[in-house]
Design a protein around this ligand. Sequence first.
Ligand SMILES: [Zn+2]
Length: 294
Amino acid sequence: MTGERLRLMAVHAHPDDESSKGAATTAMYAAQGVDVLVVTCTGGERGDVLNPQYGQVEGGIEGMRTVRFAEMARAAQALGVRQHWLGFVDSGLPEGDPLPPLPEGCFALQPLEVASAPLVELVREFRPHVMTTYDPSGGYPHPDHVMTHRVAYEAYHAAGDAERYRGHGDPWTPLKLYYNHGFSLARMRAMHDAIVAAGHESPFGDWIDSRQAREIPERTATTFVPCSDFFPQRDAALRAHATQIDPDGFFFAVPREIELAQWPTEEFELAHAHVPTHLPEDDLFAGVRGTVGA
Ligand SMILES: [Zn+2]
């Protein structure tokens, strides 16, 4: 097994999530020679155009899918990673009171086994040593993010069991599972305070208030990956999602020199490991490198 190439699979809900959650980490590992595969569960077809500088997208769901496929290809290129579509349809973010039902056939309405089978198959084919996804809350209250957690968790635990998902490839047991935690309250507060201290206007006050009001307990990051050299790649990948990311908006509101000084890492929570490791860590492959001899 000496010299086997390390493999990282990052499982996300929509095109653009890979660029806003753990993006610099994937770019860094890819640059180091790790085989990095981003998996996107849905096509993002029901996303609204969130960039006021972007025009209309014609053609409804099909039109939006076409645009977002092209954006995703540019983002993957910016990060230097490979990307795979799982092929499910975006559930949309339900809004209103009461909330409307989810659209028929969408990702979040699939039975768990149906939604997980293609990911189990992909895990058995790509054979990742490490997988990343979202925590059980989805990290963000979108039904596709919650479903992405469920599917990735299922695939991580089931792919190594020959008795499960028969006909979907030979068993493979990934060694570590992580949850993305880039939007911690601690990070947003640190950014907010530093922006204010530098005499700029912070856009994060409302975000921090609403995050606190949601009363979801903060989860604990275990793994702090120093990846600031790859923030420019992350920014290029974000900009590639031109329908979703306003270049003058939230994601670009922190002056980059402040970000570098305050928060040069991306955070993850180790959710499960088959290898021994000591927390906190600074490497998603801690405990794995010796095992696979890479
Ligand atoms: Zn998303």
